[in-house]
Design a protein around this ligand. Structure first.
Ligand SMILES: [Zn+2]
Length: 257
């Protein structure tokens, strides 16, 4: 059994999310966490998580929802947390900055708001970090020993950074990038990190694994990603899958089994 801890079932790229969920289940991916990135997605996410085995998070992506004040965003997220909302995010830093993006200072403010909400609600934090290792670490470090828990999703940094994140008690989540040529940067971390901090995700419909990059990614590809990681780690697929499944439930502890 598998959990896809990070995907976007409300994506316009999917005609019918119910079929995507069904196909995932045929491949043993029986639990899915559909991730929030903006206020306008909240009603869509709340509808999708009515499906069996599907859970959600609420969050503000670093470059979105710039028309709201941070205070209003906190209120909106907070009011919409219900029993199948199992985390806060995705949130963090996104660089390089494009025109009309939030600047770094504003990204940090919205990130810190979501960290504080995660602590208040005792929910895990889903961190987005694109080209921002230094900024991400600095912010997360300032909440050391404040009961913050969470994960770096789509982990693509080197082992030096991984060690610092692991030292904060955070989990690292890996996706189809491990199957790319550029995924070689992840091998050292996958080989050396403690297995009880590893998570799997697809980030579907994005980041289809190698060999299917022209298609939409789907949660049914989790076993394929898991197999690649098992090979890199030099461990049996079954042993790894069991471990990662229980890690996912340990972090996202509102998910019922
Ligand atoms: Zn995502």
């Amino acid at each position: 059994m598998f959990i896809d801890t990070h995907l976007h079932l409300n994506s316009e790229k999917y005609g019918n999310y119910k079929e995507v969920i069904q196909r995932a289940k045929l491949f043993g991916v029986n639990k899915l966490i559909t991730i929030g990135t903006s206020v306008k997605e909240i009603p869509e996410i709340k509808k999708i998580i009515l499906e069996d085995g599907v859970y959600g998070t609420l969050g503000v992506y670093p470059t979105l929802d710039e028309k709201y004040t941070t205070e209003d965003l906190k209120k909106i997220l907070s009011e919409n947390i219900d029993k199948k909302i199992v985390g806060i995010g995705e949130c963090g830093f996104n660089q390089p900055l494009q025109e009309n993006d939030r600047d770094l200072k504003s990204q940090e403010e919205v990130f810190r708001m979501q960290i504080e909400l995660a602590i208040e609600k005792n929910l895990p934090l889903v961190v987005h970090n694109r080209n921002s290792d230094r900024e991400t670490l600095e912010v997360l470090n300032s909440y050391r020993n404040k009961n913050l828990r969470g994960e770096i999703h789509c982990f693509v940094s080197n082992y030096e950074f991984a060690k610092k994140i692991l030292d904060l008690g955070f989990y690292l989540s890996f996706n189809g990038i491990v199957t790319y040529k550029s995924g070689i940067i992840l091998h050292e971390t996958i080989q050396k990190m403690p297995l009880d901090r590893m998570l799997f995700e697809t980030d579907a419909p994005h980041l289809s694994p190698e060999g299917m990059r022209k298609e939409n990614n789907e949660p049914r590809n989790i076993p394929f990603i898991a197999e690649s990681i098992a090979k890199i780690r030099g461990i049996e697929l079954e042993e790894l899958s069991k471990k990662v499944y229980s890690n996912s439930l340990a972090l996202f502890d509102k998910i019922s089994v």
